[in-house]
Design a protein around this ligand. Structure first.
Ligand code: NAP
Length: 240
């Protein structure tokens, strides 16, 4: 597939940040390639904008492997955004089997998928002298005790960005964004929201625009690699 258009891959494109980023890149004239897991009505809107969509659940080995095979069709990849994520707390009452299932899913979505996607796209990234942005979390450095598996796997991703930044230099740059309270999930109750905002010096939910500003910086500044930007309203200064 030969194209002179700039191309971006966004994982987890079906909602929230991924969905928002798809629109930003379409507006900039990129060919947007998107991975989604769940079928949603909004995906038709992306298709109408010319976004090419691939369905894959990264916690399923065969689906992840098939997705990576499909990526090898792309001749050129300017930007890869590892955004797909699963945010689930560990539960004390979980059986060993449930703990294995949860940890496997965290490991596969946050570490194995970005690793395999990177390797599959390396020739295309190199051809474009492109860049990769990993969406990590401030919890990667300062874990939340209720989300032990999530935090450990995001820490793995934050570590991986440094090894790829070194390994792929000078052809491909690799950076990350560590968000704090960007956008609460529907399941976050008022008490949780108030607690988090009380620990955040800028005392508000950041929204998607500040993350987009940081991604734009990482994509456009060609002297940045191995770097991670906290977009967290200062929350990482707090203890929790
Ligand atoms: N929201 C925050 O305040 C916050 C804070 C810190 C870090 N972050 C990070 O910032 C990024 C964006 O956050 P967000 O809140 O927009 O994320 P999100 O709403 O939780 O969803 C991310 C996407 O990941 C996809 N996904 C989940 N499990 C998957 C799986 N097994 N296989 C493939 N895809 C899967 C979902 O796909 P489907 O919808 O298609 O199922 C969803 O579109 C994430 O990496 C997140 O960890 C966010």
């Amino acid at each position: 597939m030969e194209s002179k258009m700039k191309t971006v891959l966004i994982t987890g494109i079906g909602r929230r940040l991924g969905f928002f980023l798809a629109h930003q890149f379409v507006e900039l004239g990129y060919q947007v390639i998107g991975q989604y897991r769940s079928e949603r009505e909004d995906l038709a809107q992306l298709e109408a904008l010319g976004v090419k969509l691939f369905q894959a659940d990264f916690s399923q080995r065969q689906q992840l492997s098939d997705f990576c095979q499909q990526l090898q069709q792309f001749e050129r990849m300017d930007v890869v955004l590892h955004n797909a994520s699963t945010f689930i707390a560990d539960q004390a009452e979980h059986s060993v089997a449930q703990q294995i299932e949860l940890f496997d899913a965290m490991y596969m979505v946050h570490m194995l998928a970005p690793k395999l996607i990177n390797e599959s796209l390396y020739p295309a990234l190199k051809r474009a002298q492109g860049c990769v942005v990993m969406m990590t979390d401030i919890y990667a450095e300062q874990p939340h005790a209720q989300f032990r598996s999530y935090c450990a796997s995001k820490a793995g991703l934050a570590n991986m960005l440094k090894s790829y930044a070194t390994f792929w230099a000078p052809d491909v740059r690799v950076n990350g964004i560590a968000p704090g309270p960007m956008l609460f999930l529907d399941e976050h109750d008022q008490q949780h929201r108030q607690k988090v905002l009380a620990q955040t010096p800028l005392a508000k939910e950041g929204g998607l625009e500040p993350v987009w500003q940081a991604i734009s910086l990482l994509v456009n500044n060609d002297y940045l690699t191995g770097c991670s930007i906290k977009v967290d309203g200062g929350r990482s200064l707090a203890q929790w």
